[in-house]
Design a protein around this ligand. Structure first.
Ligand SMILES: [Zn+2]
Length: 478
């Protein structure tokens, strides 16, 4: 009897002490780095410091590691420098972002193999013909006695009736994608298996808010994709965060638990520009990659500042019409990856940053009606800007109650575009395959990349200037 009492006492004591044990878990996160490696020496040093001072630290990637810096994108083994650096910084887990597919599946497969951190994604099904393996949808692991679950999802959009992430549709062949929120809801049961339930989402802030509303089982959502600065908002009890992009910030989520129960969760954005210390090893690696590049060559000069996508899109499309002898060219805003070209030298590095996607220019012979059907893509509900930038034409979309009423298209002389003529048009292969529009001509590749056309154009012009705006949205009122 005495012995039984003794055992019972030990049991009660042990369970009380674990029930009261206080645990702190720190989750550091970055999203949408887009190959912008420059800040990684500081980020690494900060991560080192937090790890030295705390025992339970995780570092997560919210996706879109690639596409945005030619040092990484144009490396002969595309994307490798980014993975080498991220391995050194010591990421624990990541979610696949839409731009992870930009280099093609063969490069992505090798990058996934080299990454020392698993890349997760629940809302995709990889077929046997695909070149990458099926990623794990989630992971569960124990950290200091706490069961942690990370469930990961990627953004999707409708492309010609199929759901795919925002990348060239050729790059995601043999992979099926599903709505991220609907998929996440199928994993509600994981709540029973863990103490801390994290969604690692590359879905964008709007979807994250919907996810939080529909899935209060989650404790936190570490977001990405929309490049939003989300300084720890609480929605339906779920803590949502996002660190904008390009390593401007590091996300720091601090979770405190008593026993297995979360008693506090807080989020803080660490502004990387305020950090001084650098990790020497990572700094040396970044310097090495910059020293190796041949991208410092100057193509020509900007005679004055190009500001905004209208100015820059005008330059890109003029390059296509002038260098390839076409009547009209189109450029989608999403393919314009910088907001400014400053007056002065324009380097190849800048141009590959502006247009990193390696898309060929495709030529179509198009009628007026076909051009009109393409320009309909330019207006998206609630949008106040025209997506497609142009050369050879200017246009105004007339909108009433968020619906297109008419599109007025004018030639370079300001006259209405001739409805009976055929036009030789050019656009990048992303628009050609991923935008819905009428075209009898199947289109042919001109076997030159849009960025190469731009480089040649600036070299030939020597000095380039911004042109007046060519697109307009006009609100029609009664
Ligand atoms: Zn994204």
């Amino acid at each position: 009897m005495k012995k039984l009492f003794y055992l019972l006492a030990i049991f009660v004591f042990a369970s009380c002490s674990s029930a009261n044990k206080e645990t702190q878990i720190i989750i550091l996160s970055t999203n949408d780095m887009h190959a912008m490696i420059d800040n990684y020496a500081k980020v690494a040093s900060y991560v080192d410091k937090v790890r030295a001072e705390n025992k339970n630290v995780l570092l997560l990637s919210g996706g879109d590691m690639f596409s945005g810096n030619p040092i990484v994108d144009k490396h002969e083994d595309r994307g490798y420098p980014m993975i080498e650096i991220m391995n050194k910084v010591g990421y624990d887990y990541g979610v696949l972002g839409n731009h992870e597919f930009d280099y093609g599946q063969d490069f992505l497969r090798r990058r996934i193999e080299q990454a020392k951190f698993p890349l997760l994604c629940a809302n995709m099904k990889v077929s046997e013909q695909a070149l990458i393996k099926q990623p794990e949808p989630y992971v569960i692991f124990n950290l200091d006695g706490i069961e942690i679950c990370i469930l990961a999802t990627i953004q999707v959009e409708n492309s010609n009736g199929k759901l795919i992430p925002s990348t060239h549709s050729d790059k995601v062949k043999n992979i099926d994608f599903y709505q991220p929120v609907e998929t996440a809801l199928q994993y509600k049961y994981l709540r029973q298996k863990c103490d801390l339930f994290i969604a690692l989402s590359h879905d964008g802030i709007d979807e994250d808010v919907i996810l939080a509303k529909e899935m209060p089982e989650l404790d936190i959502i570490i977001g990405g994709h929309s490049h939003t600065r989300v300084d720890g908002m609480i929605e339906n009890g779920v803590l949502i965060s996002q660190t904008e992009c390009h390593l401007k910030y590091i996300g720091k989520t601090v979770i405190r638990l008593k026993g297995k129960k979360i008693v506090d969760k807080k989020f803080e954005l660490i502004d990387v520009s305020t950090l001084q210390a650098e990790n020497e090893e990572v700094k040396a690696l970044i310097d090495k990659y910059y020293a190796e590049t041949t991208m410092n060559e100057v193509a020509g000069k900007a005679g004055s500042d190009f500001t905004g996508k209208e100015n820059i899109g005008g330059l890109m499309t003029d390059a296509i019409t002038k260098m390839l002898n076409l009547d009209i060219a189109f450029q989608n805003s999403g393919g314009i990856r910088i907001d400014k070209i400053a007056k002065g030298d324009i380097s190849l590095l800048l141009l590959y940053t502006l247009d990193p996607f390696e898309n060929d220019v495709i030529q179509f012979e198009m009628s007026y009606d076909e051009i009109y059907s393409l320009l309909k893509n330019s207006y998206r509900k609630g949008s106040r800007h025209a997506d497609l930038k142009t050369s050879g034409i200017s246009y105004s979309i007339k909108v009433k109650n968020d619906e297109i009423v008419d599109i007025e298209i004018r030639d370079t002389n300001g006259n209405l575009l001739d409805k009976n003529k055929k036009y030789r048009t050019g656009m990048n292969s992303y628009i050609a395959t991923d935008y819905e529009f009428e075209h009898k001509d199947a289109g042919k590749s001109l076997n030159i990349k849009s960025v190469e056309t731009l480089i040649e154009y600036i070299k030939q012009q020597k000095e380039v200037y911004p042109k007046p705006d060519r697109t307009k949205i006009e609100e029609i009122t009664d």
